[in-house]
Write a protein that binds this ligand. Structure first.
Ligand SMILES: Nc1ncnc2c1ncn2[C@@H]1O[C@H](COP(=O)(O)OP(=O)(O)O)[C@@H](O)[C@H]1O
Ligand SMILES: [Mg+2]
Length: 348
């Protein structure tokens, strides 16, 4: 079957630990993609990695008949459904973190000749790893928090060495987090040496063994911008900030309704600080080759210093998420932006 309208696979869920956020995002994204312009097929990926046609928000387990697999027919990509082959013009992998932003799904889509929105299978894994991203950022003159990477099982670069270097170069308090996970999973502050092992083990236990030990930044503001980038058009929005009066911004606070975290007005951050963040964002966007969308996150310290924190190549996309809010505030209709991304993906 081939639809007259372009067929878009909206991939959500996923094997990783951010499946719930992804599903919330899929509900919102579905509302942004007009059904008179696109034939949208929601594809849920379960924890086992299986693909199923299923509406986001439907809590019933997917039926075996709804199972699909990516495949190629006549040189073109699509999915094999219980009704036969369905050609797909492109996919929007709205998947976060591991098995989402790390290039795995992007590789599967590329192998099946399905064009897709977002970072490709080179940029995704690079941006997903905070340690690699920081090396690139620092090489561009973009300031970051001091850090040391510890690698599980490495004779040379294991925990003991990293702990010693961290103690010598910045000392306590520290902040320990997995290098390749999102949504604050496994992240915590360490106030003294007695607490080091607890925090380190908490990060190590939930990740693949790359643990980042950072100086604890005295954060006044966490500021973020949205990058929208399609052929011949690049927009880096103004910077929004999240006010946080309760320790750090963890998974619950990010996604629960009564978060206590709120997005401030753009005017809260002074023009000089914004200028620095804008310059840093331009360098990173260019060098990394951001595709379609990304959110770039910074810390502004209580002393007024700007530190780059991370890039999310598939930022949270729920109706309350910062990415669509930042676009809206910049005068960009998120629905229009999404259609531009889909067209750009199809054309590339
Ligand atoms: N070095 C640090 N010092 C103080 N707080 C930090 C530090 N690194 C991260 N945080 C806090 O933890 C949160 C999550 O860390 P982050 O690096 O953004 O990882 P992710 O969002 O991918 O889980 C940040 O939003 C911030 O509130
Ligand atoms: Mg973050």
């Amino acid at each position: 079957m081939k639809s007259t309208k372009p067929t878009v696979l909206l991939l959500y869920g996923g094997k990783g630990c951010e499946a719930d956020v992804s599903e919330k995002g899929a509900i919102y994204l579905r509302s942004l993609i007009p059904s008179d312009s696109y034939n949208l097929i929601p594809v849920f990926i379960d924890k086992g990695g299986g693909w199923f046609i299923k509406e986001p928000g439907n809590t019933a387990p997917p039926s075996p008949e709804s199972a699909v697999t990516p495949a190629i027919k006549g040189g073109l990509g699509g999915i094999i459904t219980s009704d036969g082959f369905l050609w797909a013009d492109c996919a929007f992998p709205l998947l976060h973190g591991d098995f989402g932003e790390d290039g795995v799904i992007q590789g599967a889509l590329a192998a099946a000749n399905i064009p897709y929105v977002g970072a490709d299978n080179y940029l995704g894994p690079l941006a997903m790893d905070k340690a690699y991203t920081k090396i690139i950022a620092e090489s561009l003159g973009v300031k970051c928090a001091k850090s040391v990477l510890a690698i599980r099982g490495s004779g040379l670069y294991g925990m003991d060495r990293a702990k010693r270097i961290a103690e010598e170069t910045f000392g306590y308090p520290m902040f320990i987090k997995p290098a390749r996970l999102g949504s604050s999973v496994g992240a915590s502050a360490v106030l003294s040496e007695e607490d080091f092992l607890r925090a380190y083990s908490a990060a190590d236990a939930v990740c693949d063994g790359r643990v980042l030990i950072e100086e604890l930044v005295d954060i006044a503001t966490e500021a973020e911008c949205a990058v929208f980038r399609v052929k011949n058009k690049e927009i880096i929005t103004d910077f929004g900030s999240i006010s946080c009066n309760f320790g750090f911004y963890d998974y619950e606070k990010k996604y629960s309704g009564e978060s206590g975290a709120s997005v401030s007005d753009f005017s809260d951050i002074d023009p000089r600080t914004k200028g620095i963040m804008r310059e840093y964002s331009s360098r990173l966007t260019d060098v990394l080759g951001i595709r379609h969308l990304a959110r770039i996150d910074f810390f502004i310290t209580k002393k007024g210093e700007v530190l780059f924190n991370e890039i999310n190549t598939m930022p949270g996309f729920t109706c309350g998420s910062l990415y669509p809010k930042l676009l809206e505030r910049a005068g960009i209709d998120p629905s229009w932006a999404v259609s531009q991304m889909l067209e750009d993906a199809r054309g590339s």
